[in-house]
Ligand binder design. Structure first.
Ligand SMILES: NC(=O)c1ccc[n+]([C@@H]2O[C@H](COP(=O)([O-])OP(=O)(O)OC[C@H]3O[C@@H](n4cnc5c(N)ncnc54)[C@H](OP(=O)(O)O)[C@@H]3O)[C@@H](O)[C@H]2O)c1
Length: 255
């Protein structure tokens, strides 16, 4: 067990990539705090994972776009588990394709609050606890933070900001032994991916097209991303910090 009796916070840990992380860490003996808004999915997953063991999971209601709620949830996690070894700042959202002309300042501001400010608050408020354990931070950014994406100026900007935060914070915290890395998923088979496809005229062919972009001819599973998060959270990656791990199944190759 690679995370035995160690504690991790997974924001957005109830579905999609976050669910994959929660499952992988619990399977490795971890104590997992699942932060999300929806109680039904969060509590159901926490119960299921605790029953399966060998780790233990709790659901904590939290809207990460509300900084006070996120700070309270981090405090509750430490009360529950008595320690914190990793925070995975994963909760986020990709709006439907929108040109810059139709992207209001309010839209930009609220997406930054959800995708980026939450990452900043998560890092900052978890840090006093992570210093004690020489823990790690994993930020879920995206390939489009470095590649760009059509009609996604706001989203790409939030993801690029997460990468900048990751690198700067890694420099700052290196001497204290706290490592900070980002994962840049390409296309992952999650509820959000299916919600995006449903906004298009032919969802099935859109999903097939997205799957064909990777050299494997398929999207990543959430647990494949979860296993990368586990690698970044353990001593297996002890010499990695400030890295933006491109988890894209070769989609950006063969240019
Ligand atoms: N899927 C991909 O292909 C892909 C690619 C690159 C990067 N990413 C990034 O990976 C992360 C996860 O994406 P996903 O595809 O797994 O999304 P998803 O399937 O929509 O799952 C999102 C999770 O986050 C939670 N969440 C959403 N808004 C929240 C909020 N305000 N406060 C707390 N929790 C919230 C959701 O639960 P509730 O709704 O109940 O709160 C859910 O557990 C995002 O940051 C996304 O940008 C995804």
């Amino acid at each position: 067990m690679r995370f035995h009796q160690k504690a991790v916070i997974v924001t957005g840990g109830s579905k999609g990539i976050g669910e994959g992380c929660s499952r992988v860490f619990c399977r490795e003996g971890g104590l997992v705090a699942i932060l999300a808004r929806g109680e039904e999915a969060g509590a159901r997953l926490a119960n299921e994972l605790t029953e399966q063991g060998p780790g233990r999971a709790v659901y904590i209601a939290c809207d990460v776009s509300q900084p006070q709620q996120l700070m309270d949830a981090i405090d509750r996690t430490v009360q529950e588990f008595g320690r914190l070894d990793c925070i995975i700042n994963n909760a986020g959202w990709h709006p439907a394709a929108t040109r810059i002309d139709d992207t209001s300042l309010e839209d930009l501001d609220s997406l930054f609050r959800l995708n980026f400010v939450s990452t900043f608050v998560g890092c900052k408020h978890a840090l006093p606890h992570l210093r004690k354990t020489k823990g790690t931070i994993v930020n879920m950014a995206s390939m489009v933070g470095i590649l760009g994406q059509d009609k996604a100026v706001a989203y790409c900007s939030t993801k690029a900001a997460q990468i900048g935060l990751t690198k700067a914070l890694a420099v700052e915290l290196g001497p204290e032994g706290v490592r900070v890395n980002a994962i840049l998923p390409g296309n992952v088979d999650t509820p959000m991916m299916h919600e995006w496809a449903a906004t298009l005229p032919n969802p099935k062919s859109a999903l097939q097209r997205v799957a064909s972009l990777q050299v494997f001819g398929r999207m990543a599973t959430s647990e494949e991303i979860g296993r990368i998060a586990l690698f970044l959270a353990t001593d297996d990656s002890s010499f990695l910090t400030g890295q933006a791990i491109e988890a894209e199944g070769g989609a950006s190759l063969d240019y």
